[in-house]
Design a binder for this molecule. Sequence first.
Ligand SMILES: *Cc1c(COP(=O)(O)O)cnc(C)c1O
Length: 385
Amino acid sequence: MSQHVPSSPPDIRIPASLLPSDGRFGSGPSKVRPEAVAALAEASPTYLGTSHRQRAVRSMVGRLRSGLAELFHLPAGYEVVLGNGGTTCFWDVATLGLIERRSQHLVFGEFSSRFAAAAAAAPHLSPPEIIESPVGTHPESRPNPDVDLYAFTHNETSTGVAMEVRRPAPAGSGQALVAVDATSAAGGLRLDPSQVDAYYFAPQKCFASDGGLWVALLSPLAVERARSIAASGRWIPPFLDLVTAIDNSAKDQTYNTPSLATIFLMVNQVEWILAQGGLEWAASRCDRSAEILYGWAEASPYARPFVAKPSERSHVVATIDLDPPLEATAVTAVLRANGILDTDPYRKLGRNQLRIAMFPAIDPEDVAALTSCIDHVVGALDERR
Ligand SMILES: *Cc1c(COP(=O)(O)O)cnc(C)c1O
């Protein structure tokens, strides 16, 4: 079989009665609710293509900021800050504007390693302390008086491992910040905001919108840190300047032009979650999907949760290993041909695996339907062997 030319998938038709109502299970960009797209189309004549400095757009940014403050029960003094460039951009923003001298990074997958790499490459910082653990697990932070920012990842999207967000015990006299990449966790996993100083994410995962924006929930300590670093004279390019973003956000604006559609869809999702009961409702819905999916995998003769410890298994992104000779690439190709999209594993992980998003927009019943579809496909592939 050629490694280079993808062959067309085996012709296996999944019965319509088994199919989920929506076939989008990608971990980002992820399912956007059709109701949100319809609302955008309806609002578009007075919204899309209008100035981001005028009321229509600024009030939408205001709704985003107040909606997120409500969703996360932000304590007084916390700021909702946003800017263009997605989470990847925020790593550079934080490297320049939040790390004073030295950071500690928990590295347990692709995304957590990238912020560590950004900090390691920065000429103005001391080499970061990096604490690693094998993929499929997560390390624990260690209090270190030499560190002024602790970086974790709430949900490592590349491996399907989630960790609790908890402030390390104080070490030394200075106050260290806790910065958490919550790109795929925010809005789907529970959070105690008092445990974090910078909880940052992008809209294309639990917030069921499009990419390109970063959002950071900043504690008073984080805002103070950003202002003191900016005042210290460190060179910071204007686009990556956190203080510029803080000041613009306070006026319900961004430094440069944002995607208005992305903001609209995100507001729609935040307000939808709030109307259903808030973060606890969303997290419970993700719990239900996770129970269905991991329960199915544990009972399956050919599938298994990749993450060994149940307490570390993500409730928003599940990774499911398949036993050879069954090939995950064959399963995902047949699913795709039947309209079930993006169940492929994270490429660089290189495992015989399915990766399935269980974000709040995804109906737990669709997750259940997906498991029936996988069983059907595997049965049909077995018959051909
Ligand atoms: C998707 C993801 C990112 C990357 O987000 P971009 O907006 O594409 O930069 C970073 N971290 C985690 C945990 C993610 O899931």
